[in-house]
Each structure stands twice: as structure tokens, then as C-alpha cells.
Design a protein around this ligand. Sequence first.
Ligand SMILES: NC(=O)c1ccc[n+]([C@@H]2O[C@H](COP(=O)([O-])OP(=O)(O)OC[C@H]3O[C@@H](n4cnc5c(N)ncnc54)[C@H](O)[C@@H]3O)[C@@H](O)[C@H]2O)c1
Length: 255
Amino acid sequence: MSSTASETASASSFDGRVALVTGGASGIGRAITEKLVAAGARVAVWDVREDRLAELADRHGERVLTQVVDVSDKAQVDAAADLVQSQWGGIAHLVNNAGIIGKRMTLADLDAGELERVLSVNLKSVFYVTAAFATRAGSFADRSVVSMASIAARTGGMVGNMAYAATKGAIVTLTHAFSKELAPHVRVNALAPGIIDTEIQLDSLGDPAAVAALADVIPLQRLGAPAEVAEAAVWLLSPASSYISASVLDVAGGR
Ligand SMILES: NC(=O)c1ccc[n+]([C@@H]2O[C@H](COP(=O)([O-])OP(=O)(O)OC[C@H]3O[C@@H](n4cnc5c(N)ncnc54)[C@H](O)[C@@H]3O)[C@@H](O)[C@H]2O)c1
């Protein structure tokens, strides 16, 4: 396969760098992992999907370090971060991407257990993983974080997805808070995807036709592709965005 000038330029921009992608076995996280590997990084991938992690390991060999980690469990996060540090020395880039939509629930049928689950997987994990990253710089001086928020942070999400939306709003808040605490050597930004064609949409709506119909509410008249979000994530992680911190970038087709 021939490569363009820009592919050649980006192919070396993560040489020698270590990245960590949570929820990197599927969807947007998988697309980010693929782009980081293509750009020269070694990528630690944490996910609960053992089968998909195994596929990634088969495909990329020693360029990836796959670990079954439930990011809502602080002890698992700390142990996994220790392993990355002992194998690769430190972590230069973090993508807080793992997330679940949760069961639909309204105020009338609030389920405390489900609320706790969504808060733990989507939000507490961001505290745990970012804290584990913060103390494991190794020899990397310039570092960066991208967290996956959502336009649901400002729209409140679809009715029934309020717990999910609340976690995404909090991720925007944490982007500002972390960017101050970790400056000047770590830049911290967030992406706010709109409706991206991954399994999370099917988990939410349960029907591929209903997912496809969402194109009608998007000005660009189509769902986004995981690779389009990954492109923005890799740019925000890279030195190309060296003066950008505490920003939230919509990747939402104009929505
Ligand atoms: N797809 C969209 O339309 C959309 C829009 C806005 C934001 N997002 C956000 O993007 C991120 C990625 O979502 P996606 O659309 O790729 O969904 P996805 O379901 O394809 O991928 C999510 C990944 O996270 C993993 N995961 C779930 N719980 C975990 C846990 N406890 N520990 C570790 N890994 C866990 C899953 O196994 C999966 O591989 C999520 O944070 C999501 O909220 C997605």
C-alpha cells in the first residue's frame, strides 16, 4: 500500500511514546489504538472484552500490551498501571475512553444500582485512571490526556440516558480541573462526539434501523465513523496541538 506525505509524517510522530487507551478493544477506542500504533506508539489497551483484546494482541504483537481491566475497580487500575510501568517505563499519553450507556431509566423508575454502575464505569474510572497515569511519567516530559465526553454533556442526552449524560458533563468539568493540576507538563483535553456508529448506539436503541434513522437529526446527515473521532483524538494527543489544553472539541457532524 502506498502512503501519502501526511501519513509518512504522522507515522513517526509517536515513535518511542507509550500510550494507554481504556475501552480500546472496540469502537472509538479501537480506532484510536489502531491510529496510535500506525503513528509509531506502543499502546497499552485496557478493556473487559477478553476476546477482542486477544484479536488486538494477535494483530499487533509487541506494539500493544493488552490487559483485562475493569476500569471501575481502582485496585485493578493500579495493578495494571504498575505492569505498564514495569514493562515500558512510563506512560506519555492517556485516552480515557471506556464507557457504557447503561439501562434506560427516568426519574420515575430510577434504579440506584444502575446509577452507581454508570457513575463507576464512566466517571469514577476517569479519576482512578488519570491518577494512575499522573504518577507514572517515567522519562516522558511532555504528556497529554484526551477524555471521551459527549455532546450529551450539553444536551442532557436522550430521555432515559440522564445518568450517562451526567457522567459526560462531569468529564468536561474534570478536563478543566485536571488541566490545571497537571500543568505545565501534561495537556488535558476532551472530545465530545455526537452520534458515532458503534455498538453503544445499538446497546441504547436495540435496533439497527433506529440507529440508522438518527442520521436525520444530524446536519451532515450521517453518523460519524470511529476513525473520524480517532483522528481528532490523535491530533489532540500529539505535539501538533501543543498550545491546546482544557479544551472540549465537538466531533458531531454539526449537531
Ligand atoms: N458512539 C457514540 O455515539 C458516542 C458518542 C459520544 C461519546 N461516546 C463515548 O465514546 C466512548 C467509546 O464508546 P464507543 O461508542 O466506542 O462504544 P463501544 O461500546 O464500542 O466501546 C466501549 C468499550 O469500553 C469497554 N468497557 C466497558 N466497560 C468497561 C469497563 N468497566 N472497564 C474497561 N472497559 C470497559 C467495552 O468493552 C468496549 O470495548 C465512550 O466513553 C462513549 O460514552 C460515544
